[in-house]
Design a binder for this molecule. Structure first.
Ligand code: TYM
Length: 339
């Protein structure tokens, strides 16, 4: 069976609609016919200044939301990155294979560091994509005919996936076939959900205003309001047009991803109707999807013991795979074994 691996940062009190449509929904779908490894990347979450208390809370909420969404801890290995120290160890080895200039070309680092000022950015933020490469390559199946490692992500991660493939390929070339090169698994249509207030930029935990972002754990009232107040465009026609109607286009994309109807079908369905009707129906669609997830998340957070057990079990399973990969890596790189 092919493998799937993905990760998400616990950097907010709730996941958002972009995370859900761009990535998490695919996590759930892929576990049916893949051997799945899903990871809450708490090491990544400290690359920017953070509060330890908030990190602890958000990490648990993140795990609970994933289970609530349908990640099945029996079938899939769900774990915390910091529980498997091999992630940091492989990241070190890979960082020694990464060119300084190569790392400097990562656009997400450029964006994030520009925001806080380059001098204030941590070295961890700079090497972040290398840790991500380690997250992925650790779960590489043994190389061979037809071996596959899929990584469901939104399209903001595709450059990091390219780097991962480059580093995996470089390691293989220097030290012998070790890693299967991962394939990005990016959904059509929902690869980049936009901010509701600024529909030309992506919806983002770190950059969006609260009004621009739809949270999974949000109360129904405020959620409806946000969608009703989302920025639309001049004119009245409900039509997909990235250039001149980015707001309506974003809403149509979200609608289509949740409803299953194609954008063309939706344009037909809403002919002659106003933006208000579209927004009202969309808000209901989002609530129908999120409400049960929110309720299950709250129930799971009520039983911390059970959550801890699930994560301990996931750490043991992930750790066994990671340990095997690292043994091969250490040997290939030339480290002397402990005997
Ligand atoms: P993160 O935590 O920022 O986001 C989690 C996932 O959500 C996707 N996403 C979006 N998709 C569509 N539209 C949006 N507006 C949107 N915003 C976020 C992201 O693409 C991502 O798939 N570096 C990663 C975490 C990571 C990882 C990994 C992912 C660490 N190690 C290994 C895969 C494999 C990140 O910061 O995602």
């Amino acid at each position: 069976t092919p493998r799937v691996l993905s990760g998400i940062q616990p950097t907010a009190d709730s996941f958002h609609l972009g995370n859900y449509l761009g990535a998490l929904r695919q996590w759930v779908a892929l576990q049916d016919d893949h051997q799945a490894f899903y990871c809450v990347v708490d090491l990544h979450a400290i690359t920017v200044e953070h509060s330890p208390e908030a990190l602890r809370r958000r990490t648990k909420v993140a795990a609970a939301q994933l289970i609530a969404m349908g990640v099945d801890p029996e079938r899939s290995t769900l774990f915390l990155q910091s529980h498997v120290p091999e992630h940091a160890e492989l990241a070190w080895v890979l960082s020694c294979l990464t060119g300084y200039g190569e790392a400097g070309r990562m656009t997400q680092f450029k964006d994030k560091s520009a925001k806080q000022g380059l001098a204030a950015a941590s070295v961890g933020l700079f090497t972040y994509p290398i840790l991500m490469a380690a997250d992925i390559l650790l779960y590489s199946p043994e190389p061979g005919e037809g071996r596959v490692l899929r990584v469901p992500v939104g399209d903001d991660q595709s450059q990091h996936l390219e780097l991962t493939r480059d580093l995996g390929g470089r390691f293989n070339h220097r030290f012998g076939e070790t890693f299967v090169l991962p394939e990005a698994y990016i959904p059509q249509g929902a690869a980049r959900i936009r901010d509701l207030q600024e529909p030309t930029v992506k919806m983002s935990k770190s950059a969006s205003s609260p009004q621009g972002i739809v949270e999974l754990l949000e109360e129904p009232g405020p959620l409806r309001k946000k969608i009703m107040r989302s920025v639309t465009d001049t004119g009245t026609e409900i039509r997909y047009d990235e250039e001149s109607k980015p707001g309506v286009t974003n809403l149509l994309r979200i609608y289509s991803a949740l409803d299953g109807a194609s954008v063309a079908e939706l344009e037909r369905r809403y002919t002659g109707q106003g933006y208000g009707q579209l927004k009202k129906d969309l808000a209901q669609l989002v609530l129908d999807t999120f409400t049960p997830i929110k309720e299950r998340t709250e129930r799971l957070l009520g039983d911390e013991k059970q959550l801890d057990r699930i994560l301990a079990d996931g750490a043991a399973r992930a750790g066994a795979v990671a340990a095997r990969t690292m043994e091969v890596v250490r040997e290939r790189v030339g480290f002397v074994g402990r005997g």
